[in-house]
Design a protein around this ligand. Structure first.
Ligand code: SF4
Length: 318
């Protein structure tokens, strides 16, 4: 079936990160996860010790990671795994994913990043962090690194709604995300915002309003995740006690929400992820039949069925 001529994104109907990366770097850029042993202010006592109620870092840490290894050794281990799984990948970047990877003494951050960049097969860094852990000197340093390396800065926005952020004990508000994104973009750093769809208390219309609020910011890319309950988290316990207080999205509802969200999102923002998959042993709910790899084609199919595409309902602020 051919795309309607009005879709600027062809058959996909959304602005896909992978297409952009292949065009920009001439091939795939694969992330190699590393664990540098950082913590976060929501766990070490600065803001609290309980963490965000949805958080269990084991839920998004690849099985091949061995924290006892040095960063260089972790990269070697990760590359052995990825070379088998994705042979022929052009470039690799080290992915500092778990916890807040800009939270720590500046010298320690710098040593960790530079150890990764010293690896002969590493072309850059992806750094995941919270918006309130990005002081200007760290951003200045990352901007300096970005002159010669791929630097992806992933900021955990999680929601554009302050009540939803407070309900999951996030410890920062949306204003903190606005501030961090603007300061990073002012240094020409490319920001990927991380957002969870379906946090308790967020309405469908509220999340669509979030698409408009994010679109007004200098965000380069977006990682969208459906809310999943990871065993051992306060949110999982809350759901077990009172399931009605944590409504979960079924796969069809999520796909509809995703299509609506994408229609309201600026066409300039690249979609790097459309959902996530917590390892089955750790996931309490929801249980979908839909695999993660099926989300992208299902989103395209839904947009095609509607005759719509990313940004078709986006209205830039006057
Ligand atoms: S999600 Fe991030 S900020 Fe929240 S508790 Fe977990 S590591 Fe800390």
């Amino acid at each position: 079936m051919s795309a309607t001529p009005a879709s600027p994104f062809g058959e996909r109907r959304y602005h896909a990160w992978n297409d952009h990366v292949k065009a920009r770097y001439g091939g795939r850029v694969q992330k190699v996860s590393v664990a540098a042993g950082f913590t976060c202010p929501n766990r070490d006592g600065l803001l609290g010790t309980g963490g965000c109620t949805f958080c269990n870092n084991a839920g998004f840490t690849p099985g091949y990671l061995d924290r006892r290894q040095s960063i260089g050794e972790q990269i070697d281990t990760g590359l052995r795994f990825l070379d088998r799984r994705y042979p022929g990948t052009g470039r690799h970047i080290a992915y500092f994913q778990s916890y807040s990877n800009t939270y720590g003494e500046f010298e320690r951050l710098r040593d960790c990043y530079e150890e990764a960049l010293a690896h002969p097969r590493i072309s850059g860094l992806a750094i995941g962090t919270r918006p309130d852990c990005l002081p200007d000197p760290v951003l200045d340093y990352l901007a300096e690194l970005a002159r010669d390396h791929i630097i992806e800065l992933e900021i955990g926005v999680e929601s554009c709604d302050d009540a939803a952020l407070a309900a999951v004990n996030r410890g920062h508000d949306f204003a903190a995300s606005i501030d961090a994104i603007r300061r990073a973009a002012a240094r020409e750093l490319e920001v990927t915002a991380h957002l969870i769809l379906g946090l308790p208390g967020e309405s469908h219309d509220g999340m669509l309003a979030g698409a408009a609020r994010l679109s007004a910011l200098p965000v380069r890319a977006l990682k969208l995740h459906q809310l999943q309950l990871v065993r051992g988290t306060p949110l999982a316990r809350q759901w077990e006690r009172a399931p009605e207080s944590v409504p979960l999205l079924g796969e069809d509802t999520y796909l509809e929400l995703l299509a609506d969200f994408v229609e309201h999102l600026s066409p300039d923002i690249l979609l790097q992820r459309l959902g996530s998959e917590v390892p089955p042993a750790l996931k309490l709910a929801p249980h979908w039949n839909l695999r993660l790899s099926e989300l992208a084609p299902r989103l395209s199919a839904e947009l095609r069925r509607r005759g719509t595409w990313q940004g078709c309902r986006y209205r830039p602020a006057p």
